[in-house]
Every structure is written in structure tokens, then in C-alpha cells.
Design a protein around this ligand. Structure first.
Ligand code: UDP
Ligand code: MG
Length: 318
């Protein structure tokens, strides 16, 4: 049986919030009058998350669980979910109730009524996020639009609904370390958006430390555009012109008999350029690393052996 809708939920150490989440998600989906499945991707949780999931499975036949062998990150977890989703429509939602499950119903309606392939959840109000999160998020989306163009939506995260065609297109991408919210708009499927209020995390704490945020930003930037590489070229050109002007200035000074004194300017220029060259090497390294890992084609996640197959076999047998 193919469900009409799959809801993909990445979870990493969400024992505190999982019961609250299920209590709100299940009635919403039961009320849809559509065949659905919920596919939770347990991203290598080290707390009670897997135990609680197995407990919920006993009373909720529509729940399927994939467990990843190691913590592989939010984006990899969603990718694992998309690769195993069976629904004609696929929604992705965070487990912490920052994305209200009730909005999924609205998204399904919007997708069907407006005959589009993608429905983005757009955060109309994120006053419940910390000032730090809001500021960094705004800077992030500004930068992405600057390098990636206007198809990138401000404040559209990973709460969205996609048609089967869209999910198949995403699954077919060879790219490693994908940042889905930036890739999906570039696929060119007709889309619409649903605005929602981003609530505070219902329980537990954020699983996105600064290190993961930085990793996501770097992946986004290098995955989106070659602009940073070009930036290096333009700066190189600018530096060359500046050097030419300085050289002319020094030579003229020498000819006119008053050579420029002082080494401070020299030191500043040399140090500045050395730092800048290192930065350019770093940028190059990011892209070379990306080429390398794509070439290795090593999966960004490993599903714990047969966890999903065993469930599906049991479900088919019962
Ligand atoms: N998550 C995950 N793997 C990770 C980090 C987070 O699957 O390595 C999940 C997490 O359980 C949640 C979603 O991704 O369902 C978003 O994480 P979180 O709410 O902690 O991020 P924030 O809202 O603070 O950016
Ligand atoms: Mg959250």
C-alpha cells in the first residue's frame, strides 16, 4: 500500500519532547482522512529516544522508525527520511514543536488546491527564537540570497511539503552534504508558501550548537555558488592594482629624491596580503574537499542494519 502522505521527522536526543510531539502530530494526521505514514529518523540518539519510539510503535501502526548508526546531522537525517519515504506527498518537520504539526494539514490543502509541487513553511513570526538565533539567521539568509539569487526564500527552513516528483528529484542528486532548503528552490518545481508562527521549543534544548550552525553555513555557501571563489579572483585583481599604484608612488618618490620612509606600511601590506592569501587557500580547500567527498561517494549516513525492513516485514505479516 502506498500512503498518500509521509511525514519525515529527524530526531536527535529528543526524549523530553517526543511524547508532546506525538500527542499533537497523531490527531492532526488522523483527521486528514488520508492514508499516511510517519517516518522518524533517529539520528543516532544516545538517550531514551529509540526506546520511546519503539513503545509508540506498538500502539501506532503508521509509525516507522529508521535508526542511523551515528549522529549524522539534521540534513543527513532528513535525506535518509526522503530516501525511504513511500508517500505520494512528503512533509518534513522538526520534532521540537517549533513547527506546528497542524500546519501540515494546511500545506496539504495548499498543495492540492493550488496544484503545486512544493509548499514552503515560511516563518512569519520567530519572536520566540533567541535574539542570537534571529540575528544569525537573518545574516545567513541575506548572504545566501546575495550569492544564490532571489529564488532563495527568507526564513523558509526545513518545514515543507513536497510532491513525489520533487522527492524523487532530490533523491537523484549525487551531491553530498546537501542543504535541502537551498537546493529545492533551484529544482524549479512550482511552489507556494504557507506562513506560520514559529513557536518556542516545547521541551529539551537545541540540538544545533554553534559548530553545527557554522558547518551548515559553510556547506550552504559552497554548495550554492562559486561566488566565493570568484571573490578571491576579484580581490587578487584589486590587490594587484593597489600594488601597482604603490610601486609607482615609491618609484616617483625615489626619482624626486624623497624616498618613502617607514616600514609600518610595508609590514601592514605584507601581513594583510599573507592573511588574505591564506583565506583564499581556505576557500579553495572547501571546494576541493567538497569535490573529494562527492568523488568518494561515501554515504552521509548509515541506516542501522535492517531496522526498517524488519518493521515493514512485521507490518506486512500482521
Ligand atoms: N536534529 C537531528 N540531528 C542533529 C541535530 C538535530 O536530527 O544532529 C533534529 C532535532 O532532533 C530536531 C531538528 O533536527 O528535530 C531541529 O533541531 P533543533 O530544534 O535542535 O534545532 P534549532 O531549532 O535549535 O535550530
Ligand atoms: Mg528547534
Amino acid at each position: 500500500m502506498t500512503p498518500d502522505l509521509t511525514v519525515v521527522v529527524p530526531m536527535y536526543n529528543e526524549e523530553e519532547v517526543i511524547t508532546l510531539f506525538v500527542e499533537r502530530l497523531r490527531p492532526t494526521l488522523d483527521g486528514l482522512e488520508a492514508a499516511y505514514e510517519v517516518l522518524v529518523v533517529d539520528d543516532g540518539s544516545a538517550d531514551q529516544t529509540p526506546v520511546l519510539l519503539q513503545r509508540f510503535r506498538r500502539t501506532w501502526p503508521e509509525l516507522r522508525v529508521i535508526r542511523l548508526r551515528a549522529n549524522s546531522g539534521h540534513q543527513a537525517a532528513i535525506s535518509a527520511g526522503l530516501a525511504n519515504a513511500r508517500g505520494g506527498w512528503v512533509a518534513t518537520i522538526d520534532a521540537d514543536l517549533q513547527d506546528p504539526p497542524e500546519v501540515i494539514a494546511e500545506m496539504v490543502r495548499a498543495g492540492q488546491d493550488q496544484d503545486v509541487d512544493v509548499v514552503y513553511g515560511v516563518r512569519g513570526d520567530r519572536s520566540t527564537d533567541s535574539a542570537f538565533k534571529r540575528t544569525t539567521a537573518r545574516a545567513f539568509y541575506r548572504l545566501m540570497r546575495l550569492v544564490g539569487g532571489d529564488s532563495i526564500r527568507m526564513d523558509a527552513g526545513d518545514f515543507r511539503l513536497m510532491s513525489r516528483a520533487t522527492v524523487d528529484a532530490v533523491n537523484a542528486l549525487p551531491e553530498q552534504h546537501r542543504v535541502l532548503r537551498l537546493i529545492i528552490p533551484t529544482l524549479g518545481f512550482p511552489s507556494t508558501e504557507v506562513t506560520y508562527r514559529r513557536d518556542a521549543r516545547a521541551a529539551g534544548s537545541s540540538k544545533y550548537p554553534l559548530s553545527k550552525m557554522l558547518r551548515l553555513s559553510l556547506d550552504s555557501l559552497t554548495g550554492l555558488s562559486l561566488a566565493p571563489l570568484r571573490l578571491a579572483t576579484w580581490f587578487g585583481l584589486g590587490g594587484f592594482l593597489l600594488a601597482a599604484v604603490l610601486l609607482a608612488y615609491a618609484v616617483i618618490g625615489k626619482v624626486l629624491g624623497n624616498p618613502i620612509s617607514g616600514w609600518t606600511s610595508t609590514v601592514v601590506i605584507v601581513a594583510g596580503f599573507a592573511a588574505f592569501q591564506l583565506l583564499c587557500l581556505g576557500i579553495l580547500g572547501e571546494y576541493v574537499g567538497r569535490i573529494y567527498s562527492t568523488q568518494q561517494a561515501r554515504p552521509t549516513y548509515y541506516v542501522t542494519y535492517d531496522s526498517l525492513m524488519a518493521q515493514d516485514r512485521a507490518a506486512a505479516g500482521s
